[in-house]
Design a protein around this ligand. Structure first.
Ligand code: FAD
Ligand code: UDP
Length: 742
């Protein structure tokens, strides 16, 4: 901020002080840096909404009409509700920590963070782990790991006066400075103090959120309280080793402690618990010891004390320190901001009202992870039928999971994650979904491109006639033709067996081998027979892809249908938020998990293989691109598997048309569980863990590792709900007599 203040007017907005008679602002200018600091003064007892309204007026008063570019810069999403109406040329979210994982994080923090990410032009992260956690949520995320004012801290390497409260503490001294809160491993501190009574532990910093009574008290632990930034080098000067005794927990998963380079600049070797970003950036330095257990930590301190005897250890430290500085970070940030300002339109933002926690329950009956078919059906049933309070969380910024559709720039309703054609034989499933959508009758037809010739797929009598120049007229003739080519096998086991035993090797190679190799990254002979069994062979001329009783597309699209399913007063929706962020923040009695089951269990048995796809969406300046909705490209010489043209699915009329290419890939979102015996065996191990979790239900394609169609997922979710409701009813019946007795 001080660097920005050299060329900008910087107003730093603080948390309010309470106790004033009327809301007003106290603004002071820091003489040294030129940064103005505004501290709102508010009366006690305002509701959250009233407080936001009061702060909004104070912000307007402070900002006025600047007549020059405005940057809104956020260190916390909590400041958004009273400032997001301010027209800005650039909005920066400078994310320094995963604040939602901190003790006492307010429940509205995550939805506000998503709102901020949607508004932000730039997202900066205070470290690489945070960058990895945020980079998929915004197109312009930039990591800025901690930097250092090396000259400021290097003063500690020179002779100076000892601060009075440290002067009488005996050496060797092992010091820590920073906020003392739930991130500190207090038990570790106590163990070090007990194991080495001859060492003195010096703790500088305010105690926040945790009770003073929880701090370990020992003769050789000295809590000196908070100090000014300017004073830190004087304390560091008297330390032999600097400590980072962080607990390894949710609150420290993403931290990138700024104190690491500061300690080093001050000439102190460092001992740290295994914080990911410390290992990543400093783990190779001899001066930084990483210690996973108390015994290792003590050994690390001993090694660090020994290191100080020979000044050589500082040489690689100083080389490293030359590569980082706040000036470099500032310059890079300022360039990005200037670029954003150059393209800004400075429009007044239109913002919808924030839902405050008083209007949102603090605890839910059920948390549902995933807003796809599995999650949405469970949410609808639990809210509508069982009257439960439900929170649905999805890491994507939209509902509908893989079935998500949206209007593109040509106004065509496209499927973001590839074509989804609804078909089912289940009247129950069709009737259930019909409550939330009208339908457009549609029967799916697919052609395969064989050397430029378009022929019906699945293989039918016309396919054979077109391909071989035949004139097979009856089902019997077609069956006899196929039988003459088929190569029967004793046991049909693989996806190659299924096809070769029905149509022979040549048709197998033409239509299935290349396509499957591309789609799955392996030969059909390596895949379970269930994969190619999905596609039949016909001797008649039926050219529909599916023969199910019900075949139709939701008239206004899948997303609209999902919005109606989830539109219930008992359902809250949290989009753009990962389960790991929400799990602690929103207490719940039961969990429905529809994400990958191996992810839920922390990949404890290793990763389950999934196949992925990349989608290339294009708008063409022609009315029609191809004669049917989907053309398959079975040849291995074409990199994509199929092209979909959506207007066939929607019946929309337009001068332009929208198409999607599908490129199979090993990397990316998990789309297809890969049906192979060993994968099923690995899934079974995870399933055994799942069955042991009484208060978690696993539902859907990823959570049950099944290559399910949409209707099968709906059926599975409806059945899971019925079982769960019956179990709860049984439990309630058992509890009832006791309640009545009471
Ligand atoms: P998903 O739709 O995958 O939903 C799971 C949701 O959970 C996702 O939105 C994900 O973001 C979220 N999630 C996962 N982990 C977390 C986490 N840790 N935190 C927060 N959120 C999380 N079926 C048909 O019937 N007809 C078709 O034509 C058809 N075509 C398809 C084409 C393609 C390219 C693909 C990939 C699938 C197709 N399917 C089709 C299958 C269909 O997509 C699935 O059956 C259906 O979408 C599965 O629903 P689900 O709820 O189980 O999973
Ligand atoms: N398949 C193929 N050629 C085709 C169509 C399908 O080899 O022209 C194989 C391929 O292995 C594919 C499987 O059959 O993955 C199932 O096809 P389906 O159309 O049911 O796949 P979906 O896209 O619905 O998962």
């Amino acid at each position: 901020m001080s660097r920005f203040a050299r060329s900008w007017q910087v107003l730093f907005w603080e948390e309010p002080d309470y106790g004033a008679a009327e809301p007003h602002l106290v603004t002071t200018m820091c003489q040294e840096t030129g940064v103005s600091v505004a501290t709102p003064q508010l009366p006690h007892g305002l509701s959250r909404a009233e407080e936001a309204a009061a702060l909004k007026l104070l912000v307007d008063e402070a900002v006025g009409s600047p007549g020059k570019p405005v940057v809104r810069w956020y260190y916390t999403p909590m400041m958004l509700p009273f400032s997001e109406h301010v027209a800005a040329d650039c909005v920066v979210y400078d994310c320094m920590d995963e604040l939602a994982n901190f003790k006492g994080a307010p429940p509205e923090l995550l939805p506000l963070e998503q709102r901020l990410i949607e508004q932000a032009d730039l997202v900066f992260t205070g470290g690489y782990s945070l960058y990895e956690a945020k980079r998929d949520r915004h197109p312009a995320v930039h990591p800025f790991p901690s930097s250092v004012d090396a000259a400021h801290f290097a003063v500690a390497r020179t002779v100076g006066v000892e601060p009075a409260d440290q002067a009488n503490i005996l050496g060797p001294r092992l010091g820590f400075y920073g906020v003392v809160d739930e991130r500190m491993d207090l038990a570790l501190l106590a163990e070090i103090a007990d194991a080495r009574p001859e060492w003195s532990l010096v703790i500088v910093g305010p105690v926040v959120k945790i009770s003073e009574a929880d701090l370990p008290r020992r003769a050789n632990i000295h809590y000196l309280g908070g100090k000014q930034y300017a004073e830190l080098p004087d304390y560091l000067r008297g330390w032999d080793v600097a400590l980072m005794p962080f607990a390894i927990n949710e609150a420290t998963r993403f931290i990138s402690p700024t104190k690491t380079p500061e300690y080093l600049a001050a000439g102190c070797p460092v001992v740290s618990t295994p914080i990911t970003d410390v290992i990543r950036h400093y783990g190779d330095l001899e001066a930084v010891k990483i210690a996973g257990t108390p015994a290792e930590f003590i050994a690390g301190c001993e090694a660090a004390l020994a290191l100080r005897k020979d000044p050589e250890w500082l040489r690689p430290v100083d080389v490293m320190l030359k590569t980082i500085s706040w000036d470099l970070s500032f310059r890079a940030m300022a360039n990005l901001i200037e670029e954003a300002i150059a393209t800004s339109e400075h429009v007044q933002p239109v913002v919808s009202p924030v839902v405050w926690p008083s209007e949102r329950p603090q605890a839910y009956d059920v948390m549902i992870v995933g807003a796809g078919f599995a999650g949405a059906v469970m949410a609808e049933r639990l809210a509508n039928d069982a009257g439960k309070r439900v929170l649905v969380v999805d890491r994507r910024p939209h509902v509908a999971g893989n079935a998500f559709d949206r209007l593109d720039d040509a106004g065509v309703l496209i499927h973001q994650y590839g074509p989804h054609i609804f078909h089912t034989n289940s009247a129950d499933v069709f009737d259930y979904l019909s409550q939330f959508t009208e339908w457009r009758q549609y029967e799916h037809r697919v052609l395969a491109d064989v050397d430029g010739k378009l022929v019906p797929m699945p293989i039918n009598r016309n396919t054979l006639n077109l391909l071989y120049g035949l004139n097979l007229e009856t089902e019997e003739e077609a069956a006899a033709f196929l039988a003459s080519r088929a190569e029967p096998v004793d046991v049909v086991r693989t996806s190659a067996d299924v096809v070769i035993s029905a149509v022979g090797r040549e048709l197998y190679e033409t239509f299935f081998q290349g396509y499957t190799r591309k789609q799955w990254g392996m030969d059909p002979s390596e895949l379970d027979k269930s994969v190619t069994s999905r596609v039949p062979t016909r001797t008649n001329t039926d050219d529909r892809y599916f023969t199910d009783t019900f075949q139709a597309m939701p008239a206004e699209g899948y997303t609209k249908m999902f919005e109606r399913m989830l539109d219930h007063p008992n359902i809250d929706l949290l989009l753009g938020v990962d389960f790991c962020e929400a799990r602690e923040a929103y207490p719940h009695k039961h969990l429905v998990f529809t994400g990958p089951i191996d992810e839920y269990f922390g990949y404890c048995y290793g990763k389950l293989p999934y196949r992925s796809l990349e989608f290339r969406h294009e708008i063409k300046d022609v009315e029609q691109h191809q004669p049917v909705a989907v053309i398959n490209y079975p040849s291995e010489s074409t990199p994509y598997t199929r092209i979909t043209e959506y207007k066939h699915l929607t019946g929309q009329v337009s001068d332009r048309t929208s198409i999607t290419y599908e490129y199979p890939s090993a990397e990316g979102d998990p789309y297809y569980p890969i049906p192979r015996p060993e994968n099923q065996a690995l899934f079974k191990r995870y399933e055994a863990l799942a069955l042991a979790q009484g208060d978690v239900s696993f539902v859907g394609r990823l959570a049950t590792y099944r290559y399910y169609n949409m209707d099968q997922v709906v059926g599975q979710a409806l059945a899971t709900y019925r079982r769960l409701a019956a179990r709860w009813a049984e439990q309630d019946a058992l509890e009832l007599p006791a309640t009545q007795a009471a």
